[in-house]
Design a protein around this ligand. Structure first.
Ligand SMILES: NC(=O)c1ccc[n+]([C@@H]2O[C@H](COP(=O)([O-])OP(=O)(O)OC[C@H]3O[C@@H](n4cnc5c(N)ncnc54)[C@H](OP(=O)(O)O)[C@@H]3O)[C@@H](O)[C@H]2O)c1
Length: 281
């Protein structure tokens, strides 16, 4: 397929208020796409919209919404179905870090809603229009964590495995239709994601110690979309790590993954002190 021509199209980007979503908005606007920006932080979306309108002469609309809430996802999906959305970037998401039993049940639930359920509902709202027009596509931001179980990020890893499997299946279902479907699977990226994990000790783990920049990750994703790829895993190290599941039994892989995600004891101690400054350990 030829390189995707974004000029004059409309792209809906979720999680556009920060990190990878903001980068998608910037790079898509630079390629001439009009934008619909979705996230909870209306002020940040409005500031970005104003900047991109002025810089690139594109139309930018903001739809503030909390994608953990079914009613709000339904409202965005309804708007999206009624709008000609050429490209959907299912990017909104967050992670949690720690043993599943110790994490807040409500936040784990919301993680599934934002990272998995919202993406399905939005894809379902826009895909029929894309198929009818025989053009457009869906980019879903999964993660390199999708390729193996993630002890210490059990629910986060499972939502990303879901996003990857869902996207790969859609990629096959849409072959020959003119619609592109891509799963972008980055390793750690320097965005608001790490702070949102809620545990600073996460950054001492082998996985989160080294990060890529959001601009290069999004550029790699858009290059993949241009060549109609099914999956993009940016960076050689991340690509190699994501292949581990091919060579090891799953129980071995799960243990190795748990070791790589574990924070160092010193960082755990510092994290505890930061959370409970009065305690002596
Ligand atoms: N950074 C990494 O290491 C990394 C690696 C692999 C994959 N990813 C994935 O990349 C995607 C983007 O994350 P990021 O790294 O760019 O992190 P980020 O800077 O924290 O951005 C997350 C975005 O998701 C939005 N969001 C979170 N909860 C939401 C909710 N309930 N409703 C609507 N929007 C919500 C946030 O907006 P508001 O707070 O304004 O709602 C924000 O725009 C996520 O799916 C993440 O899982 C990240």
């Amino acid at each position: 397929m030829p390189t995707f021509d974004f000029a004059g199209t409309t792209s809906l980007v979720t999680g556009a208020s920060s990190g990878l979503g903001e980068q998608f908005a910037r790079q898509l606007a630079a390629r001439g796409s009009n934008l619909v920006l979705v996230a909870r932080s209306a002020d940040r979306l409005d500031a970005l919209a104003g900047e991109l309108r002025a810089r690139h002469r594109v139309t930018v609309t903001t739809w503030p919404a909390d994608l953990s809430l079914p009613d709000e996802v339904g409202r965005v999906a309804e708007h999206a179905a009624a709008t000609e959305v050429d490209v959907l970037v299912n990017n909104a998401g967050f992670g949690t870090y720690g043993s599943f039993a110790d994490l807040d049940a409500g936040r784990e639930h919301d993680e599934v809603m934002v990272n998995a359920v919202a993406g399905v509902d939005l894809a379902h709202a826009v895909l029929p229009g894309m198929l009818a027009r025989r053009s457009g596509g869906i980019i879903t931001v999964a993660s390199s964590i999708a390729f193996q179980p993630a002890p210490g990020q059990a629910v986060y890893g499972a939502t990303k495995a879901f996003a990857l499997a869902f996207t790969e299946a859609l990629w096959v279902e849409t072959r020959g239709s003119g619609v592109r479907v891509l799963a972008l699977c980055p390793g750690p990226v320097a965005t608001g994601f790490l702070a949102a994990l809620g545990d600073p000790s996460a950054t001492s783990s082998a996985v989160y110690r080294r990060t890529a920049g959001p601009a290069e990750v999004v550029r790699a994703g858009l290059r993949g979309f241009d060549r109609d790829a099914m999956t993009v895993i940016p960076g050689l190290r991340t690509r190699c790590l994501a292949q581990g599941h091919r060579f090891f039994p799953r129980a071995v892989m799960a243990r190795m993954s748990g070791r790589m995600l574990a924070s160092s004891p010193a960082a755990q101690h510092d994290g505890q002190q930061a959370r409970n400054p009065g305690t002596r350990t």
